[in-house]
Design a protein around this ligand. Sequence first.
Ligand SMILES: [Zn+2]
Length: 350
Amino acid sequence: MEMLVLDEVDEVVDLPPIAGVRIPRWDLGALGPRTCPLCHSTNRASLRRPDALPVAYCRRCALWYVCEAPSDDQVARFYDNYWGGHRPAELSAPSAAQMMQQLSVEGQLPSVGGYERILPKLAAALGGLRGKRILEVGCGYGSLLLAARLQGAQVIGNDISGDAVRFLREQLNIPGFDVPFAQCVKEIGSVDAVMMVDLIEHPTDPVCLIETAWAALRPGGVLLLWTPNGGAAGAVTSQAREWLGFRVDLEHLQYLSAATVVAIASRHGWAIEHLESLGFPDLATVAYRPPKRSVVARLRRFAYRSLPRTRVTATALRAARALRRWAAPESKVDASQGVYNLFAILRRPT
Ligand SMILES: [Zn+2]
């Protein structure tokens, strides 16, 4: 006899927005069904994000993902304006000078949000950074590349934003490519490391990124992944609906867990060099339980007002802003704790 788990037969849970959090306006009439982006299995939606996109869980991949998605064209249009609207960074010489000031002379990132662990772990995996060829895909304005270069690495940036890449070349003197990742790899040849920080949660086809990284790496080279930790959402709706990650940064299309990384490594032949969850421990106190359905309308207004204003900094720019706040001497937050992010280093075997 087939057993039904109560959690599985519940209706789709609507997650209300958080005040002040940006909500992308998708053409909801033009959404298409989306299978698990890793194993292509079909899974039933259990949550609906504040942007009205439904989210399903693939047990095989331990992965939450958007299961009715905007078309590739719509997603591309969203990113056309990503820098101008979502990331209104001033891409100027003073910005470059400010970025330099935030790094120590040895190229160490300030101890905030867990980001400061990225380069030491990468250095350990590569036997030091000096002379190593490191490509960052989705490099944005290049702060991580800048830090790696100060530690002696030969760095290369790849981003879909022409403005970001121009900033890299003109203000930071870092070689940059605003072409698709695969084309960039053809142009630059093999590298010792590929970094993807806050990237793999974005594309409609994350497997393509992972396979292209493999092709970019010399045998023995490493792929560094940093992404919101979908494992913090658990595997059932009752836990997942309380996870903040489904209510911020609503352009994300998949949420990897540590188990997802293990599955990817095993299916694609990577060795796991490093795997941990970390960052933003103060978010652990942010919980929201959707009200019972019968009183949703009445309570929603109250819920909006009572939600704490959060400082969610999953993207690099906001992390940089938060960094300035949290690096203040009075900060008591130990940002190396927490479970908001997932940090993995995978090695292409020799
Ligand atoms: Zn799957």
